[in-house]
Write a protein that binds this ligand. Sequence first.
Ligand SMILES: *Cc1c(COP(=O)(O)O)cnc(C)c1O
Length: 414
Amino acid sequence: MKLPQEGQSWDLLQASLAERRGDDAKWRHGRTAVYVFNAGEDIMAIQKEAYAAYMSENGLGPLAFPSLAQMERDVIDMALGLLHGPDGATGAMTSGGTDSITMAIKAARDCARSRGNFAAAGNIVLPQSAHLAFDKACHLMDIEVRRIPLREDGSYQADVSAMNAACDSSTLMLVGSAPNFPHGIIDPIEDLGRLAQARGLWLHIDACVGGYFAPFARLNGVPVPPFDFEVEGVCSMSADLHKYGYAAKGASTVLFRSEDLYRFMPFDLTTWSGAPMKTPTLAGTRPGGAISAAWAVMTHLGAEGYCRLQAEVCETRQRVERGVRNLGFEVLGEPLLGLIAFRHPELHSFAIYGELFKRGWFTSVTREPPSLHLMLSPRHADFIDDYLADLQASMETVKAGAAAKPSAVQVRYS
Ligand SMILES: *Cc1c(COP(=O)(O)O)cnc(C)c1O
């Protein structure tokens, strides 16, 4: 497309925007279980209006926009209140989980360097199920990534003693997930905390997809093990608001046990031609709307609202568990939150995935072991029976040998 010589009217463009959606995944009809978190029309309206209210303002300028600075502090305080942040704990909002993880690694690296531990870039030790954002961040910073196979007891949890064996004097961070994305399972965070303390290592908990879910699941009676700052050795956490915080996209939090750890994150430069500038995270310009929308949704929902929504998601996940077990699937590990992965002992999961895709379902897969994967939202409650019916129909197509070969199925979904 070439920039039009003469601009078009907003009326036309508005219609065009609506029309362009035609071929997109039908998430409003519950047909996606990845990318979108649908908590209903009322929450969506608040996201939209609260975002629009501060859309032009810039979180880069806390002195110009004390309103945004205060809303960000409020969000961080609410987060730390949920995740057992001790006195003096602090953090910042970022653009997303990848940003939060990158900044936590940067802080851990600079902290290790400040102690003179090593001159080289170092390494981080993490379970094989940890998010690829860690690899991306380490690629940027030239840090070595040591991915350690999971335990082989069917728990799909980190193997803490194998992680211990992989540490050396250049290790700057240990990682646990709460939960991991591929299996939706929470790692043994208390064991990781003990290991981190014994070795004097920085422990980061990636609660991108669980940070705003697990505390409420626990309030609802789900036996969630300790996973946050309650565990002594945890130094930093990532928790995404634009996932189960139901905020507008572009909102995550990166949290630190103390100011002493946090201070390694901001970037400060006074020696260029421009004005001295200090930024807490990777971004320069920070969209004010992402901050105001997160603040508004959190304040609107309150603990009561989150408990209600997360209870709906857990109930839907249990319906999926029962439904897929009845169809002969094995659920991977013991999921407690909104993610679930399952595989069939005989039928190839990717072939079933392909059939579901043809039926209009945009879900995800797990590669190790090959499984179907769902990340559920509150509004899936209304659609999950349709999914289970299509899952059964897809299995039958695969059983009849009428499906595409698994190798031909497009499972790279981004
Ligand atoms: C989504 C996710 C991330 C990355 O977050 P983005 O907001 O997509 O950058 C990291 N870790 C886990 C466990 C996640 O689910």
